[in-house]
Write a protein that binds this ligand. Sequence first.
Ligand SMILES: Nc1ncnc2c1ncn2[C@@H]1O[C@H](COP(=O)(O)OP(=O)(O)OP(=O)(O)O)[C@@H](O)[C@H]1O
Ligand SMILES: [Mg+2]
Length: 198
Amino acid sequence: MNTTESRNSLRRSFRNARKALTVQQQQDASAALFTQIEHFLPASLNRVALYLANDGEPDLSTVIRSCWQHQIATSLPVLHPVTKKHLLMLNYTADTPMHINRFGIAEPALNCQAIRLLNQHDVLFMPLVGFDKQGNRLGMGGGFYDRTLASTVNCESRPRLVGVAHDCQQAESLPIQPWDVPLDAIITPTQVIQPSNS
Ligand SMILES: Nc1ncnc2c1ncn2[C@@H]1O[C@H](COP(=O)(O)OP(=O)(O)OP(=O)(O)O)[C@@H](O)[C@H]1O
Ligand SMILES: [Mg+2]
């Protein structure tokens, strides 16, 4: 199997594993992740980018609501209307008008005044399909996060890149490609992995 085939095969098995989780397992995972994330986040925090769960990804709604209660601004990714396969980050509140994108995922309706630059965020929580303890990330295969983050890789003021996953999404060692942007941390219901600390 070449690298592309083995990445696609891993994607299939990790996606099947997370889609097979029961409603109860998903709820337990969300509750455990909420506690892990609460402990992980620094005390002083202004803006966080997150995602709305899709395809069996861990649900971060309680984290989002908690941010709102603590006056921490939240952003969600939106498909870039011009630059193909890139994401924009838009401010997200309980009143934000939403729109369903071409992948069937809810996103804030495009509004230029709500756009936030990546570097305005303290932390960017990302969904993933697979991860390993070295901080490598396998996404859904579109390259959206990789393209969006490529220009920030060597930037000192970039947000901390944090993958959020179920434990069943862990690989021993992922086959990576040069364009894959590594994670600073991965949080699961039972683990907080910070490769640079290990
Ligand atoms: N910085 C980049 N510039 C141009 N093309 C890129 C870049 N990053 C990734 N790509 C392209 O995107 C495609 C998918 O990349 P990859 O398989 O790493 O997706 P992924 O990490 O699973 O997806 P995502 O980033 O959306 O989570 C590849 O064909 C790759 O060449
Ligand atoms: Mg990638």
